[in-house]
Design a binder for this molecule. Structure first.
Ligand SMILES: [Zn+2]
Length: 328
């Protein structure tokens, strides 16, 4: 198939869902993180995790938009020759390191004014200051309102992303391709996209193109996909937790909210991006063969604890209920 010819587009909802897998989760203004941005943005590394996180997963270990190390004021101001220690690790305050205030106690005890520090306002070196603050309001009492210094303007909201959400442009692209490939392995994928407005010919052309591209990019290894709980023994896409076959309809349906518990975010759909090995600091788990499509509900159950831990817990719950004689 020629590269120059434009491939038929996916239905918009599906396209958006795949596209958004390259973005980070949300963060409100009271957090230090950017809100839903591309995963290759500047990463924020807590100082205690610097050694574990300093090497990017690809690109010769370099983060595409660099990193900022966040250091506690307690540590910074109570450590002798702290700048020397940091320098040995390649860290410099205001260059690639910031003091991060997140509690009232820190703010009161090590107030940046006392040390003539300025709040930072650049994600690129130099950072334009030496500290950043996100201190929540405590009570209604005077002097306890929330403190937000640094990276607060609409153009520059948030200092960066959670380091474990990082992925390079190349990895983001591969993940999107594999996730579309997995979509086409849903039992009813063709029928559903045709219901959603693609012609039979367009669906076939698009699917063939993606399948070939995934294969030639080493993103279609059946055994790896099976062992990772992404597809079942028949090669159909399954939810990694409950192992039910995934219907492509779920890419287009909204979740029905329980009465009285309506959530304002209507973008919650039945299927979610699922990380097989959960995202956790010290690892870079947004990568091919670790991403699947799973039920929104199953995803919530697994949350950040991981599939194995969740299964062990579920098993304990069931056994305990049986032991007590409850029938279900
Ligand atoms: Zn499920």
């Amino acid at each position: 198939m020629s590269k120059s010819k434009k491939k038929p587009s996916l239905p918009k909802l599906l396209h958006n869902k795949i596209y958004k897998t390259g973005q980070t989760r949300g963060a409100d203004d009271d957090l230090i993180y950017q809100n839903r941005v591309i995963r290759n943005s500047t990463v924020l590394i807590p100082y205690s995790y610097y050694e574990a996180c300093k090497v990017a997963p690809d690109n010769e270990g370099i983060f595409e938009n660099s990193f900022i190390v966040l250091i506690n004021p307690e540590f910074y101001f109570s450590t002798k020759q702290v700048d020397k220690i940091l320098k040995k690790q390649g860290l410099r305050l205001g260059i690639n390191t910031l003091i991060f205030y997140y509690s009232r106690e820190q703010w009161n005890e090590f107030n940046p004014l006392k040390y003539k520090l300025e709040s930072a306002n650049s994600r690129k070196s130099p950072l334009g200051g030496q500290y950043v603050a996100r201190v929540p309001a405590t009570t209604a009492a005077k002097g306890s309102e929330k403190i937000r210094h640094g990276f607060t303007t609409s153009k520059l909201k948030g200092a960066g992303i959670r380091v474990y959400e990082y992925a390079s442009t190349e990895i983001i692209k591969k993940c999107r391709l594999q996730l579309e490939y997995i979509f086409w392995k849903c039992l009813d994928a063709y029928k559903v996209v045709i219901d959603q407005g693609m012609t039979k010919k367009q669906a076939k052309e698009r699917a063939n193109y993606i399948i070939q591209l995934a294969k030639s990019s080493s993103l279609a290894d059946e055994n790896l996909l099976k062992n990772s709980r992404i597809i079942d023994l028949n090669g159909n896409t399954v939810c990694p937790l409950c192992l039910e076959k995934i219907s492509a309809v779920g890419f287009f349906n909204k979740v029905k909210q329980a009465k009285g518990r309506e959530v304002s975010d209507l973008t919650i759909t039945q299927l979610n991006l699922f990380h097989i090995k959960e995202l956790r600091i010290g690892q870079f788990n947004h990568k091919p063969y670790n991403l699947a499509w799973g039920h929104h509900h199953c995803n919530i159950v697994v949350k950040d604890s991981g599939i194995n831990e969740t299964l062990i817990w579920m098993n304990q719950v069931v056994e305990k209920n049986r032991k007590y004689g409850f029938k279900f």
